[in-house]
Ligand binder design. Structure first.
Ligand code: CP3
Length: 354
């Protein structure tokens, strides 16, 4: 089933937006910029709206999720909204007891560690995604010609939370399961691929103009294991978008060793973390892959001339790639001064003197 005629990419609203043109390999006059984790705790208006309410409940309340998604677009003038949700939302909707602990991340009190644990995992009921569809529809109505990016967690990163029961340093338990019981591992990753893939598909069908897969913790896996035990499942997750012609973007931390394997997933653009200069990343792809990134979040509180010089270097190195969407090399830290982000957008758009 293709995108509906009223989808923002079909009816002309977002097809020529700088973000979409760049993801498709073009260099629009205005360099597009958005920030991973642009919605959230760096914004006082977010803290006010959330005011102690439950994070995952906020994600599933369409008016609230939509308003939080729009806040950074209004404030900063970024070239995209990213849907306010979390990678564990589809896991919750499939019936797994997961909560978000502030300052820590997703926590699962009964981790999934054995073959019989995996057997307890149920498929996601398509109707459970209705609040997601509704929130996306409300949001794109307001966004007009600014594209909304839909996103999902990649199977490895999701499985890491499920097996570990929470955030972990190097995903040791998850990687142990991968080797000690490859069949259970494969069944778990297939389940993750299907719930996360349906979550992503629901966002795109409801109006998201691009789809980003976050494999945040993939840096702990060797290239050999990535190819054999992970990449086929990431491919399966993206396979849920079949028939939907939206740009697909991949982001992970510490992906230096697996960049060509990521390209082989069939994505249109690749996000790079702050450690790998964009010209070096581009060379790995034979200078043929649109890149996204990679301002170091650690520089957001540096004196402006230091930050601006770093941004100049990111922009210069990004010229090696066929197209460049400016972003951070990871998410906005919660203590970031939002005025710095607004200033960055204006600077990248060429609206500020050097
Ligand atoms: O603005 C946006 O980027 C959209 C919203 C978004 C959230 N999570 C909201 C959120 C996105 C894209 C995510 C993705 C996500 N969630 C990832 C991949 C991106 C990355 O950062 O690597 C991961 C690994 C998660 C899991 C997760 N959820 C973490 C690590 C945390 C942070 C815990 C903390 O308090 O520091 C969360 C919670 C979370 N997700 C918050 C937000 C705004 C903070 C909780 C709150 O506001 O109460």
């Amino acid at each position: 089933m293709p995108l509906s005629p009223s989808h923002p990419l079909s009816d002309g609203r977002t097809a020529n937006a700088p973000l979409i043109r760049a993801y498709r390999g073009d260099r629009p006059e205005r360099t597009p910029v958005w920030f991973m984790r642009q919605a959230g705790r760096s914004l006082p208006e977010y803290r006010e709206l959330r005011a102690g309410g439950d994070m995952l409940q906020a994600c599933l309340t369409p008016e609230l999720a939509s308003e939080i998604t729009l806040q950074p677009v209004r404030r900063h003038g970024v070239d995209a909204g990213i849907f306010f949700s979390d990678i564990v939302v589809p896991v919750l909707l499939a019936g797994v007891d997961v909560r978000i602990v502030a300052g820590r991340g997703p926590v699962i009190d009964e981790p999934i560690r054995t073959a019989s644990d995996v057997l307890t995992l149920r498929p996601l009921d398509p109707e459970a995604l209705d609040p997601v569809r509704e929130a996306v529809a409300l949001t794109v109505e307001q966004l007009g010609s600014t594209p909304l990016i839909g996103f999902a967690g990649a199977p490895f990163t999701l499985a890491a939370y499920l097996v570990e029961g929470g955030p972990s340093k190097d995903q040791l338990r998850a990687r142990s399961l991968m080797h000690s019981d490859p069949h259970t591992w494969a069944a778990l990753l297939n389940w993750c691929a299907d719930v996360t893939g349906e979550f992503l598909r629901a966002q795109v069908e409801a109006g998201a103009s691009a789809a980003q897969l976050f494999d945040s913790w993939i840096g702990s896996v060797s290239q050999h294991d990535y190819l054999r035990r992970v990449a086929p499942h990431s491919k399966r997750a993206l396979g849920h978008l079949r028939g939907l012609d939206v740009p697909r973007v991949h982001f992970g931390l510490g992906t230096d060793r697996i960049l060509t394997d990521i390209a082989a997933l069939g994505v249109d653009a690749v996000g790079i973390d702050w450690r790998l200069p964009l010209d070096e990343a581009s060379a790995v792809f034979g200078d043929g892959m649109p890149l996204q990134g990679n301002i170091d979040p650690a520089l957001l509180d540096a004196p402006w001339p230091v930050l601006a010089a770093h941004v100049d270097s990111v922009l210069e190195r990004g010229k090696k790639a066929p197209a460049h969407v400016v972003n951070l090399g990871h998410g906005v830290p919660p203590e970031t001064d939002p005025e710095v982000l607004t200033r960055l957008v204006r600077y990248i758009h060429g609206e500020l003197p050097d």
